[in-house]
Design a protein around this ligand. Sequence first.
Ligand code: ADP
Length: 483
Amino acid sequence: MYLSLSFLIFSVVLIIIMWLFQTVFLDSFYRLVKTGQVESCAASVCDSISSDNLTSVIRDIEKQNSMSVSVYNTSYDFFAAVYTPDYMFGMSSVLNMSSIFSYYNDAKENGGSINIESGTENNLKDSFWSPNSKRSSQFMDIPALEHAAARMLTYATITQIDDQEYFVVVEADLTPVTSTVETLKFQLVIMTIFILIVSIIIAVVTAHCLSKPICETNDKAHQLAKQNYDITFSNGVYRELCELNDTLTYSAHELQKADSLRRELIANISHDLRTPLTMITGYAEVMRDLPGETTPENLQIIIDETNRLSMLVNDLLDISKLESGTAVLEKTTFSITGSIRDILTRYTKLIEQDGYNIIFECDCDAYIFADPLRITQVLYNLINNAINYIGEDKTVIIRQTVKSDRVRINIIDHGSGIAPDQLEYIWDRYYKVDKEHRLAKVGTGLGLSIVKNILTQHDAVFGVDSALGRGSDFWFELSTVEP
Ligand code: ADP
C-alpha cells in the first residue's frame, strides 16, 4: 500500500517538476541561453570587422541563430552603416536609428556594452544617424516592418579596431518562447493525463504483485513466531521474495529441529537422572529397612550410580560451557604421548580383571601446544567409547603417528562399528545409535559432542572410519611443537 502510494506521489512530484521546468522556468532558461548566444555572436562579429569576410560571417550568424546584426562605424560625426540586416531571416523586430543611437549612449554609459530586452514594434528606416542627436541628411529607405508586440533581446557593444570605433548591435527574437510554452502546455496536459493513468495502473499492479505476497509472508512469519513450525513459505513472485521465503522456510525447519532436539534432550536428561536416582533411593531404602542388606556390594552400587550422576552433570556442564563459548582454553606445551600413557594407567585394573588388551603404539614423544585438561578429556572419551563398544578380541589400539609437524592419534576397536547412515550424527549432542537400549551401554550420549567441540576449538582435524561388524577408528590430528 505504502509502496503504491509512494509511487503515485513520486509520479505527481515528477509531473510538477516537468510543469515548472517546461513552463515557468522555460522563459528564464531560454533568455539565459539567448543572452549567451548574442554575446558570443557579437564577439565573433567584432573579431571579423576588419576582415574581408565580415558580411559572410554575419550572414552565417543570422542564418544559424535567427538573429539580426547591425554594424556601424561611429568614428565620425555620423553612424556609417558597415553592415545592416536585410530582414530576410524571419526576425520580428528590426531596430530604427533612434533606438540604435539610444543603445549607443546606454552602452557608452554602461562601459562599452549593454543588454536590453524589449517588447516593441520596430522598423528600420534610417541607415545614417548623427551620434549627437543630429539627424543626418542622408537616409536609406528600407521597407517598414510591422510587428505586433515582439519580444526582442538586443546586445549592443562598442569596439575599437585600428583607431576606428565600431558599434555592433545583435538582436535576437524571444517571441518563439511564448508560442513554445503554449505548445508545451498543451503537450503537458496530455502527458500528465497519460502519466497519471499509467502511474495508477502501475501502482495497482505493484500493490498486487509486490505488497500482497509480502503481506502473506509477514502473516506466516507471525505464525512462525507463535511456534507454528509446520508453516511453509510459498515461493514469491520475484527473486528477492523467493530468497526471503526460502530463508524463512529453512529457519522454520531449523527451529523445528532445534525444538524437537530440546524436547528430546530434556526427556533424555530427566530419564538419565531419574534412573540412577531410583537405584540409589531403592538400595538406600533396602539397607535402611533390612539391616542384613548393608553389604559392600550394595554400597558399591550406590557409589557407582552416584558417579554416573556426577558424570552426567559434569558432561552437561562441559557441553553447555563449550557450546556457549565461555570455556577458555588454557594452552601450554606438553607431551600428548605422556598424557596417553597417564590415561592408560587408569585402565590397569580393567586390563588385569577383564582381560582387556589396550595397546599403545608410538615411536617418539610428540609435543603439542594445547589445553592439557581438554585434550585428556578428548582422549579419555574416545578410549572409553572404544572400550564400551569393544569387539570379541577385547583389543583397543591407540596409535600415535608423527608426520612432519603433525601428530595423528588413532583409537581403534574391532567392535560392532557404526552404520554409514549414522556416522554423521554421532557427533551430535545426545545422539546414541542404540536408542531403544539406551541403558544397555554406559555413557551419556554427550561424549563425542564434547570431543568435537574441544577439537574444533583447537583447530584440529578429526574424523572416524567405521564399518558395521568391523569396528571403528576414531582419529584426530594436531600441530606439533618443539618441547
Ligand atoms: P555415549 O556416551 O553414548 O558413548 P558418545 O557421544 O560418546 O555417547 O557416542 C555417541 C554414539 O556413537 C554412541 O551412542 C555410540 O552409538 C556411537 N559410538 C561412539 N563410539 C563408538 C565406537 N567406538 N564404536 C561403536 N559406536 C560408537
